[in-house]
Design a protein around this ligand. Structure first.
Ligand SMILES: [Zn+2]
Length: 277
């Protein structure tokens, strides 16, 4: 069994503030150590479930948060950026399950450190008119590759979002949002044990591959904070305007996900703010 782990940071046990998850932040060094603990709990679960190959992709910000020497020796690490598949770099149809660790709710939701892919530049997103954030887009993209999301860990808002998107995803709530930068925390040891056990249980029965991979075209719609970003994106063939700040493209995943990565690079160059994830 081959297991793919997409590791984000905002939904990690104990972390609540930008200072915890951004390089240079006062508690970032402690944050990245806590991130490794949650990821390692998932890796231990995958090993216990019989995984023969585990690939961990650092999917947050600079994508160099996890220190290689801190990672469980059973896992390989994808580190650094840019990566054309971003939060899913290295995912192939040969993987049996996707495990998302430390993910977070979409922009506009009252979840810890909620946002969608960029810090402030993206106000809303839709996939086929269904409101979507990182969780839904990662789920749909992995499904198109042929890999089911088996487990997701994060705060209660992120877990609710994953369940709403796909009730078959096993979720582990490691903290309860009190606001965007405040949470009631489960004790770290207890949260990590819950992550490990959830991964063991979810992988015990091989996850069912998506019954109908959405290989047909889908609509991805993004409302930007800046009309300037939307205007420039309209010069990309296939991108159409919904309104002055909202653009849409139709295509098949995972290619459309990669094109969205190009949109973010355009937005980053115009706003001076890098994609965040
Ligand atoms: Zn992140």
């Amino acid at each position: 069994m081959r297991v793919y782990v997409s590791a984000d940071m905002e939904g990690i046990t104990g972390l609540v503030d930008a200072d915890d998850v951004q390089p240079g932040g006062r508690d970032y060094e402690r944050g990245r150590a806590l991130m490794a603990e949650d990821v390692n709990a998932a890796v231990r679960g995958a090993v216990r479930a019989g995984a023969t190959e585990i690939l961990v992709n650092d999917a947050h910000g600079p994508m160099r948060n996890l220190l290689p020497e801190a990672l469980h020796p059973a896992a390989r690490l994808v580190r650094g950026k840019p990566k054309r598949m971003s939060m899913l770099e290295g995912l192939t149809a040969g993987h049996d399950a996707l495990v998302c660790v430390g993910h977070h709710a979409r922009a506009g939701a009252l979840g810890v450190l909620s946002h969608s892919f960029m810090g402030h530049e993206i106000e809303d997103m839709w996939l086929d008119d269904r409101p979507v954030g990182e969780i839904g887009l990662v789920h749909a993209t992995a499904a198109a590759v042929g890999v089911p999301m088996a487990v997701l860990t994060g705060d209660d808002a992120a877990c609710a979002e994953a369940t709403e998107w796909d009730p078959s995803v096993a979720t582990v709530t490691v903290k309860y949002a009190r606001d965007r930068f405040a949470a009631e925390l489960r004790p770290p040891g207890q949260a990590r044990r819950a992550v490990e056990e959830a991964v063991v249980a979810a992988l015990a029965a091989p996850p069912v591959a998506p019954t109908a991979p959405p290989d047909g075209p889908v609509d991805l719609t993004v409302r930007w904070q800046s009309a300037s970003v939307a205007a420039v994106l309209l010069d990309i063939p296939g991108v159409t305007a919904v309104d002055a700040r909202t653009v849409r493209a139709r295509g098949a995943l995972p290619g459309l996900y990669r094109q969205f990565g190009v949109w973010m690079r355009v937005a980053a160059s115009l706003t001076g703010r890098p994609p965040y994830c």
